[in-house]
Ligand binder design. Sequence first.
Ligand code: GLU
Length: 484
Amino acid sequence: MTEVRTRFAPSPTGYMHIGNLRTALYAYLIAKKNNGKFILRIEDTDQERYVEGAIDVIYNTLKLVGLQHDEGPDIGGPYGPYVQSQRREIYSQYAKKLIDIGGAYYCFCSKERLDALRQECERKGIPFKYDGHCRNISREEAEERIKRGEQYVIRQKIPATGTTSFHDEVFGTITVSNDSLDDNILIKSDGMPTYNFANVVDDHLMKITHVVRGSEYLSSTPKYNLLYKAFGWEIPTYIHLPLIMKPHGGKLSKREGDASFEDFYNKGYLKEAIINYIALLGWSPGTDEEIFTLEELKQRFSIEGLSKSPAVFDINKLRWMNGEYIRSMSLEEFNELAMPYYKKAIKRQDIDYMKLSRLLQTRTEVLGEIPDNIDFIEELPDYDVNMYANKKMRTDLNNSLEYLKKAYEALQGVDKWDDEHIHEALFKLIAELGVKNGQVLWPVRTAVSGKQFTPGGAIELSSLLGKEETLRRIKIGIEKLSNV
Ligand code: GLU
């Protein structure tokens, strides 16, 4: 059996789009499930789009998420070079060969002529299509003109009549009429190939068996198929992946911070959760299961589970999944991961971070939100006194003041400052006063945090802050309430 070989062929754009990472993941999984090879190829023929450091972004992201390639620019392999800009000679040879066998031709049309043609199409309201002006220039004439120094490109010669069919594993069999296809440029005037040519030559020479890519390439695939046929090359298995849309339509966009892996990673989404989530953007295991490690995905992934309907990128689902990963960690692991976020908000030395982690682990969905949730630990915010009044807790500004004063006294008498003893003191007070728990706990929680929403209640927060600081903050609360 032939070895399964897939490739990830990103263009160095400077960031890893979520859709590209999904392509990489699926290509990786298809290779690994079949004990095959996963190849990394850099598609940098569009030199105008060159971005400094962009290739490192690709290496670093793949490494970080664990999609280790078996061949690629940095590790070599039998079919290199794996960077397209280093393969110019190869494309040029194959383009000439294609001209020899009648699958391509030299085109000398000037920019002005093409612009005029484009305008004409626009006026008529039809999509631009090259009119075949140079299709029938003889080989001799073409070579003569090139010798004279005329600028040229090489175009694909699409059959004028008939249809082209290809099969895609996800989208089924697609047939198009050849007259709807454009004689695309294969080699540009600067000698660089276009994606349209390079992808076919490379996939063939690198022995790629399964071409996995986004469905935006689906409409060009008939042209690629014609190239394979013209060369007499074996056609790979095509696997085009569905679009990824936002819940209310539209594409994910870098500007809105919802398109790149880095955006999510830097916000404090775990790499495992991101990978797990994007695995399900277009693939389903056929059951209700949703949590998969990369190892599990290697076993479970199957081409049959791919869907052609657009996948919806649901940030709430990703948040939930991230929370699931956070909750499944050990406390120590969570504490270590959360530490950089703690340090952003807290400079005080006397905080028991394990205690804080115990509070936060079950309440955190995205690590990046930790600093805002715990900023009150460092410094009591200047809060609105009306926060003490809470209908549900049956508190108003008067009873809050009264119970807060009592709580102050009760807490002053606590010798061993921990959850258990603080709990004992406050509940004893609640019993003595004969009030609802919330009538004492809400004012205390408000006084120690100054916030509506906190990770933990009055007892946990007081315990975390320490006796002195807790009493200091309650005193501030009493003063605030007294001045109303
Ligand atoms: N270089 C293309 C891109 O970044 C890859 C297309 C493909 O996978 O063939 O979109």
